[in-house]
Ligand binder design. Structure first.
Ligand SMILES: Cc1cc2nc3c(=O)[nH]c(=O)nc-3n(C[C@H](O)[C@H](O)[C@H](O)COP(=O)(O)O)c2cc1C
Length: 248
């Protein structure tokens, strides 16, 4: 009798272990962490696991950004008090979340209705595109999709600007006016309003960096022609560059 009870108890334990194993296995699959089957699956899995995926990935691909943090940060008056140019960059990487938050602050969509942006633009042209230069690739920020569109592989940070600190900072934002979106302006209007609109984007980045304790400097000392060639821009105007990183 005692033996039967013992066997029954052992069977119960085995059944319980099997149920636990099944639940853990199902959970793993639901989180999309099953063994990757293709390069794209592998990229998605690594992105989910590595918080600095953007700056480390060698996969030549476009990808979704983490959802931007639209709350919190420093009170505006404090951010204004802290806003400054800081050229002392650390080469430490930024996380995907930090990059997503930065791009959203720069010129992300903050009103879904009409895809309105965090930065104003003349006649709501929304002509300022942001290119992200990292040590592995160059991407174009797609604000509407919260997405990084792959432009080209390679470390072109030192081409984003002519000051030495461009090769130290982990990322640089390069602002380009898409002139197709300014077709109803004359030449003088395109010059004036693209130069005005980019200032708002840059100031958003300055204030975001002040709030998040990041170093940044907006730069006009850049080779516009070289950048335009690198990015394959035909109907656009390269305006300014702005490296961002942790402070040294
Ligand atoms: C349009 C513009 C272009 C600039 N270009 C450069 C540049 O190429 N290199 C640089 O080191 N600083 C550049 N700066 C940063 C200025 O030198 C800096 O904003 C100024 O000294 C004031 O310092 P603050 O930003 O801390 O108030 C630029 C600033 C602006 C607004």
């Amino acid at each position: 009798m005692a033996n039967k009870g013992k066997i029954g108890y052992q069977l119960l334990c085995i059944a319980l272990l099997a149920v636990i194993f099944l639940l853990v296995w199902q959970n793993k699959n639901a989180a999309g962490l099953e063994s990757p089957t293709s390069e794209n699956d592998m990229a998605v899995a690594s992105q989910a696991l590595d918080p600095t995926y953007i700056l480390n990935s060698t996969v030549r691909d476009s990808f979704d950004l983490p959802f931007p943090t639209e709350k919190g940060g420093m009170p505006l008056q404090e951010a204004l008090k802290n806003r400054r140019t800081n050229r002392l960059f650390s080469d430490k990487p930024l996380s995907d979340q930090q990059i997503s938050d930065l791009l959203w602050s720069a010129n992300g969509v903050n009103k879904i209705d009409g895809n309105m942006r965090t930065a104003p633009s003349s006649r709501n042209s929304q002509e300022i595109d942001i290119y992200l230069f990292t040590k592995v690739a160059v991407y174009k920020y797609d604000a509407a999709r919260n997405y990084l569109f792959f432009v080209r592989a390679g470390d072109y940070r030192a081409k984003a600007g002519l000051n030495d600190f461009f090769s130290v900072a982990p990322i640089a934002l390069v602002y380009v006016a898409d002139l197709k979106k300014m077709a109803d302006y004359d030449e003088a209007g395109r010059d004036f309003y693209s130069a005005t609109d980019v200032g708002f984007v840059s100031q958003n980045v300055y204030l975001h960096c002040a709030s998040e304790n990041l170093a940044t400097v907006v730069c006009g000392y850049i080779s516009r022609e070289e950048i335009a060639n690198l990015l394959g821009i035909s109907n656009g105007r390269v305006l300014l560059s702005q490296p961002v990183g942790l402070t040294k």
